[in-house]
Design a protein around this ligand. Structure first.
Ligand SMILES: [Mn+2]
Length: 376
């Protein structure tokens, strides 16, 4: 049996306030294009089973446009595949906190071949491909539902689909330990939630996100986005890269002892990427406020024009006697400060610290974006 595994498509994700000619957010369009490219590549290879391991949508309540686009693309794929099975589970981004509010993913059940699990862990029997699929959506892991990680039938192929962070990828914020799922019992284990493709066993991996939609895109910048092909006959994971917007984290500039002209020169020298309209970060450490003011605006403007988003990120050097902006005096950005505070803040029961942190970082990014620090 052949399986196409994708996850974390985050349809409806928006960033940077850049609008297309059609009045749409450019990143939202990028994310939709990436999803479309993956589905087209999957249709070409015509797998027996498609699994989406969660976070189809970026938000619990996506816009009508996002829902319509997703519905159209998945319907088209399923028509091409003549209704062969497509299993979709809910991730943390597309699971409402209260179960009875209903999950938008359930709408997709009307498409031929589409199976959706958004609440508790549940098994799906697929006699047409001689397979059973155990689905463990985000809600199941979040509520610590006891799950028996055991195949229930005598089907030839046994697939496990989960949305959560394994201890093996992120110790601090893990939702489960992959060893508890006994990967050796399954033909294939399809994981979602971690945005970088990573294998945990020969038959078990995160597909990774299909675009750069997490809060720390810079740490993912060098890793391709895409989906996974798995053939139970050879038992090998094949990562299939797919097109996405380029993200570049430029080498940081160390500005201690440099003049404004020298910093400007280095900024200009770094801004020579060949990619079309990438998302770029330029960090500058140890920048004295007086030198900051001397940086050539034209150099920054030109870099901005060649990028979808140019994030000029100066970390100001310590200046004695500066009365305001304590965070700047300590060389911390607002983001660093938030991350530090949220680690020690007391939160209401049931509120997940890592999600509060992520949401805060997203809002800060949006706010800083609107302030447009580069051209201000
Ligand atoms: Mn995700």
């Amino acid at each position: 049996m052949t399986i196409a595994h994708l996850s974390d498509t985050h349809l409806g994700f928006r960033a940077f306030g850049r609008i297309t000619g059609d009045g749409l957010n450019q990143r939202e369009v990028d994310v939709l294009q990436a999803f479309k490219a993956c589905l087209e590549a999957i249709a070409e290879r015509d797998p027996d089973l498609v699994v989406h391991a969660g976070d189809l949508f970026h938000l619990v309540r996506p816009s009508n446009l996002t829902i319509i686009s997703a519905f159209h693309l998945i319907s088209t794929l399923q028509a091409r595949r003549k209704g062969k099975p497509f299993v979709l589970i809910a991730g943390n981004h597309d699971s409402p906190r209260t179960r009875d509010s209903g999950n938008i993913l359930n709408l997709f059940k009307v498409i031929p071949g589409v199976h959706v699990e958004a609440g508790n862990a549940a098994g799906i029997d697929l006699p047409e491909v001689d397979a059973e699929v155990l689905c463990v959506p985000s809600n199941s892991l979040m509520s610590n539902e006891p799950v028996a990680y055991e195949p229930q039938t005598a089907r030839a192929h046994k697939v496990l689909v989960m949305h959560g962070l394994a201890y093996q990828v992120l110790r601090e914020h893990a939702h489960f330990n992959i060893e508890d799922t006994r990967p050796e019992r399954w033909s294939y284990v399809a994981l979602g939630d971690y945005h970088v493709h990573q294998a945990l066993a020969a038959n078990c991996c995160y597909a990774g996100a299909t675009e750069f939609t997490s809060t720390d895109i810079w740490s993912e910048a060098t890793q391709a986005k895409g989906w996974v092909w798995f053939d139970t006959a050879d038992g090998k994971i094949e990562f299939v890269p797919s097109p996405s917007r380029t993200v570049i984290d430029l080498p940081a500039i160390h500005a201690e002892g440099l003049s404004g002209a020298e910093v400007s020169e280095q900024v200009a020298a770094n801004a020579r990427w060949a990619d079309e309209q990438p998302i770029v970060r330029q960090r500058v450490f140890g920048l004295h406020p007086s030198v900051r003011a001397e940086i050539d605006r034209k150099v920054l403007r030109e870099a901005s024009e060649r990028a979808l988003h140019y994030y000029f990120d100066p970390r100001l050097a310590t200046v004695s006697g500066e009365p305001s902006a304590m965070n700047k005096l300590r060389g911390l950005t607002l983001e660093d400060e938030w991350a530090k505070q949220v680690e020690v803040a007391s939160l209401p029961a049931g509120v997940e610290r890592v999600r509060v942190k992520e949401l805060g970082l997203e809002l800060l990014e949006e706010a800083l974006d609107e302030a447009d620090l580069v051209t201000a």
